[in-house]
Design a protein around this ligand. Structure first.
Ligand code: PRX
Length: 640
């Protein structure tokens, strides 16, 4: 692992330098209540809270609340309060799949469109607390739809457009949604995605009263009478004013489904005041935002990164945010940098998987474009290997832009561990240090808290405003998943090393979650999809290292008696997973085997399966507890 150190580039004049960061840390430690209330002051409240955090991670008194007696509306914070002086400022730059085919919305336009959507939802009976699904491309209307829900107090749940109709249906059922907002089609990398058709398929199992369809391509789509509304047909008649619902800080803002180690995806619930404070604060701190910046986070709004750093964080800070509806390699591998030059992007935030894919194409597609507008680079979603970090720094940033490697999770609402670009020396591959007020701990298998340089499981010993509050409809699962393993601590699911300088190096998930191209996939979900195929008896899924994706999916499959494995069946199984979950969960390798390595009590030894998938030929540890140790030899012989 590289241990080179990069100082803050000399001419990077950040608002928060080393001294200011020390002050923030000092205040956060000395008077947390005041510190957090200070951060909450970034927002405009109808009633400012009197108290910051009130929480306990202990089983007998388990609760998490932030700013509980405060009242506010997040759409007001992202829109109304900017209008008087900045109504004509660009809020969103829509960058379509085809370069240059986008357009811009000012804050006033976004406000008006948000109010229109809000009024449309209200006219369909959607009210405070109701759940609304958003299944849309990266178009400004998607942001307006999210903000419209926030405006009327409805809880939005955005589902990434790459998820299958089955996945969408499962989420609609889980949160009992009463409306779906979608588009006719999406377009990515020149390919059409039949969003409305997917919604129709999803709703075959469970219908909803209202489907709103925004035109993206203008394609003909089926419309169901009484349920489906073409937004374009009603838009003119909708008022551009809509009174915001005043929300309590702890009222839910959104549900975002994410994969865990067991069962179906969990509905991660974020609430209004704490989440908004955290998104706004971290955006300001880590991206050193200035009014003339053009901020581009390449994430989709279907993921938490899109929620916090395409929509809520930037808009609460009155920023100009790019919504990118394309892919890094279309029309060619220079797409990011061509777009950066054309739009004048100053802050660029993307995922290591994209950086690795671009790095493989060499420097030319980067160097072909000037990139001189960029002043700050960021990464998120998975560990970045030092080699990719150095390339990003040297080739994309010309060695003059700080790189912020930001560690966080759907559950954390916003960034928790990251350099401050103007204050923290960078070590390629390390997310560096916790933000002020954040208290990470490393814990070993015997539940001992480790001091100094050490490797262990990453936990947090206290709450922060952006922490998730519950799993939708399953508060018990919330506690069991995150707070039970290590009593009194929030367990992240990540492994981590802390070095002699107190820098954190995230090593990846230690649970049964696979991080494919920065997307979280639960092994249990893929396994349950595989075994739903009539020929499959059993399946065990693990991750293995992949040059571009970080990790890819390796599936071990046993077949029912008399069935034969082969390429045809492999294709069918991949198809099954694409159908049940989505293309992003498709196994890279499928290994047919007569048996899985199991203990005498029948537990699959995943440790061995992981090793074999990684390419190991020995070092399987103690295999004496296996019911049939010869299974290992057979698996090695059949490795894919
Ligand atoms: O394993 C960590 C990895 O992504 C997981 C969270 O995934 P998700 O909830 O989908 O959110 C992704 C975007 C915030 C974490 O448990 N991860 C995220 N950022 C980093 C990371 N691993 C290493 N370094 C990072 N910067």
């Amino acid at each position: 692992m590289s241990e080179s150190v990069h100082p803050v580039p000399e001419d990077f004049n950040a608002r928060i330098g080393a001294r200011e960061l020390d002050e923030l840390n000092d205040l956060a430690n000395a008077d947390p209540d005041r510190f957090w209330l200070d951060q909450a002051r970034r927002l405009t409240w109808n009633k400012f809270p009197t108290k910051a955090g009130d929480w306990s991670f202990k089983e007998d008194d388990f609760h998490i609340q932030w700013f509980a007696d405060g009242e506010l509306n997040l759409s007001v914070n992202c829109l109304d309060r900017h209008l008087a002086e900045h109504g004509d400022r660009t809020a969103l730059i829509f960058e379509a799949d085809e370069p240059g085919e986008g357009h811009r919305w000012t804050y006033r336009q976004l406000y008006e469109e948000t109010c229109r959507f809000a009024n449309l939802l209200k006219s369909r009976g959607v009210a405070k607390g109701d759940r609304v699904m958003i299944y849309m491309p990266m178009i400004p209307e998607a942001a307006a739809a999210m903000l419209a829900c926030a405006r009327i107090g409805a809880i939005h749940s955005v589902v990434f457009g790459g998820f299958s109709p089955d996945s969408l249906a499962g989420r609609i059922a889980d949160c009992d949604a009463c409306a779906v907002i979608t588009a006719d089609e999406g377009v990515r990398g020149g390919k059409k995605i039949p969003l409305k058709r997917n919604v129709d398929t999803a709703l075959e199992t469970r219908d909803v009263p209202t489907v709103i369809v925004v035109a993206r391509t203008g394609a003909e789509v089926a419309m169901k009478d009484g349920r489906d509304i073409r937004y374009a047909d009603v838009r003119e008649g909708l008022s551009t004013e809509c009174n915001p619902e005043i929300m309590r800080a702890e009222d839910p803002l959104f549900i975002l489904y994410t994969s865990g180690s067991t069962g179906k995806p969990k509905g991660v619930v974020h609430t209004t005041g704490g989440y908004a404070t955290w998104a706004a604060t971290t955006f300001d701190w880590i991206f050193d935002y200035r009014l003339d910046d053009i901020f581009w986070c390449t994430a989709d709004i279907g993921w938490i990164t899109g929620h916090s750093y395409v929509v809520y964080g930037p808009l609460a800070n009155r920023a100009t945010s790019v919504m990118f509806d394309g892919v890094p390699n279309y029309p060619d591998f220079g797409r990011f940098w061509e777009t950066v030059d054309r739009l004048g992007v100053t802050i660029f935030y993307t995922a290591p998987t994209a950086i690795r894919a671009l790095m493989r194409e060499g420097d030319e597609p980067v160097k072909r474009h000037s990139r001189k507008s960029i002043r700050l680079l960021g990464t998120v979603g998975e560990p970045i290997n030092p080699e990719a970090w150095e390339w990003y720094w040297r080739v994309v940033g010309d060695g003059r832009c700080p790189v912020v490697d930001t560690w966080w999770q759907t559950e954390t609402g916003g960034i928790l561990i990251s350099p401050f670009p103007g204050a923290t020396e960078m070590k390629p591959g390390s997310a560096t240090k916790p933000l002020p007020g954040i208290h990470p701990l490393l814990v070993d298998a015997a539940h001992r808290v480790l001091e100094g340089p050490a490797s262990g499981n990453l936990c947090l010993s206290g709450s922060w405003p952006g922490q998730m509050r519950t799993v939708w409809n399953d508060h018990f699962r919330f506690f069991e998943t995150y707070f039970k393993t290590y009593s009194g601590l929030y367990f992240t699911g990540d492994g981590c090393r802390r070095d002699e300088d107190g820098y954190y190096w995230i090593t990846g998930r230690v649970d049964d979650v696979i991080n494919v191209s920065g997307h979280r996939i639960g092994t249990a979900e893929v396994e349950s999809s595989l075994v739903s195929h009539p020929k499959v008896a059993e399946a065990a899924v693990v991750g293995f290292p992949h040059d571009i994706k970080g990790q890819a999916i390796y599936a071990y499959v046993t077949l029912n008696a008399g069935e034969e494995g082969g390429d045809e069946l492999r294709k069918e199984l991949v198809q099954e997973v694409r159908h049940d979950i989505g293309a992003l969960a498709a196994p890279e390798k499928i290994h047919f085997t007569l048996a899985l390595p199991k203990t005498r009590s029948g537990k699959i030894m995943r440790r061995i399966l992981r090793k074999i998938a990684e390419g190991a030929t020995d070092g399987f540890g103690d295999t004496s507890t296996l019911a049939d140790p010869s299974v290992v030899e057979a698996l090695l012989a059949g490795r894919q």
